[in-house]
Design a protein around this ligand. Structure first.
Ligand SMILES: NC(=O)c1ccc[n+]([C@@H]2O[C@H](COP(=O)([O-])OP(=O)(O)OC[C@H]3O[C@@H](n4cnc5c(N)ncnc54)[C@H](O)[C@@H]3O)[C@@H](O)[C@H]2O)c1
Length: 348
């Protein structure tokens, strides 16, 4: 297949692009290269005839029309987004512009392209979203695809709105869409403002390792390469108009995850003191959801997908990747906001 992947210079988008090319697909990587975009994430595809990069903004209709007409993809996989909850608290406007407005523009461009092709049933618009649209859980229960939407942060609300747009374009115009809502991803190439890389890099730098509040928030951790596999499966075999929840079957409290990362670093890069001594509890994020957990029954039973990587294996591989790729993350540490405490804007 020929795939147009938006947000392909980001963390998950680049994993999808690398896997899709490895599987024999042709990929057109589209990305605006915001502060979170990094062309180095696609360096392994440089010179590959199955890969093309297009710098474009999903809010730019003319650019989207040009790229769709020039490359004639069989499917659009939509991952471009503002993705950091803390930034959405300080500055929600960009999240509405990109995640809602940009998704609208991409839907309209895709619809026009699909109609011009004669409305083929085989076309797919795959929207990649988050479990945060469902809000927060107590100590028990899991999110299914039927859980009512109850987003609680500007980021989650913008993703929920984009999910609604995608479903509406299917119901109203017949655009063949599939959606997926995943849990927290981790792995190689994750931008150094998210929890896992922050822990690793602050530990190595001898800096405080920040843990929000008591660190009791529970997340369901999904290794990014497992997620990329699931996304290709949903794209190719998912039922049109349907959404699929994708989780790692690996729930952990933030404080326990941080301790596990410190223990791996103690083994791989021993310091004078255990890295866990650097853990520092900081003021909690405003509206910090207590627990997310995915019920993966649909993607497992309909598509036969399960995560291949356990949390222990995934964390081990991730730590090793950051140890082996210092040049990659050092180049990103000068970017705006990286290394600073963000997301306190809601608490003023
Ligand atoms: N990382 C996670 O744990 C997670 C969990 C659930 C859902 N998601 C979703 O998966 C998708 C990818 O997330 P990620 O973690 O890879 O994010 P990321 O921030 O690493 O990458 C996002 C990419 O989108 C690009 N982008 C941003 N605005 C754009 C615009 N207007 N036009 C074109 N490109 C633009 C950025 O340059 C960047 O390369 C997002 O839609 C996100 O909401 C992520």
């Amino acid at each position: 297949m020929k795939l147009l992947v938006t947000g392909a210079a980001g963390f998950i988008g680049s994993a999808v692009a690398r896997l899709a090319v490895a599987r024999g697909h042709t990929v057109i990587s589209l990305d605006a290269l915001t502060y979170a975009g990094c062309l180095d994430n696609l360096a392994s595809l440089d010179g590959n005839p199955q890969h093309v990069f297009e710098r474009a903004d999903i809010r730019d209709r003319a650019a989207l029309d040009r790229i769709l007409a020039a490359h004639r993809p069989d499917a659009v996989m939509h991952l471009a987004a503002e993705s950091h909850v803390d930034r959405s608290i300080d500055g929600p406007g960009t999240f509405i512009d990109t995640n809602v407005g940009g998704t609208f523009t991409l839907l309209e461009a895709s619809r026009a392209y699909w109609q011009a092709q004669g409305r083929p049933d085989s076309f797919r618009f795959h929207h990649v979203s988050t479990d945060e649209v469902y809000g927060t859980l107590g100590q028990t229960g899991r999110f299914s695809e039927d859980t009512p939407y109850a987003p609680r942060s500007p980021y989650a609300a913008s993703k929920a709105a984009s999910d609604h747009l995608v479903r509406a374009w299917h119901e109203t115009y017949g655009l063949p869409v599939v959606l997926s809502n995943c849990s927290n991803n981790y792995g190689p190439f994750q931008f150094p403002e998210k929890l896992v890389p922050v822990v690793i890099l602050n530990a190595l730098a001898g800096l405080p390792i920040p843990v929000y509040g008591q660190g009791l928030n529970v997340r369901d951790w999904l290794f990014v390469e497992d997620h990329a596999e699931a996304l290709l499966l949903v794209l190719q075999r998912g039922r049109t108009g349907r959404s699929y929840n994708i989780g790692g079957e690996a729930e952990a409290r933030n404080i326990d995850l941080v301790q596990r990362l410190c223990a791996i670093l103690d083994r791989k890069r021993p310091g004078a003191r255990p890295y866990a001594d650097q853990i520092t509890h900081v003021q909690d994020r405003a509206g910090h959801d207590l627990r997310y957990a995915i019920d993966p029954a649909r993607v497992r039973d309909e598509l036969g997908w399960r995560p291949a990587c356990t949390l222990d294996e995934g964390l081990e591989r991730t730590v090793q990747w950051y140890l082996d790729n210092t040049g990659w993350w050092r180049a990103l540490q000068g970017r705006a906001g990286v290394g600073q405490r963000l997301g306190t804007g809601g608490q003023g």
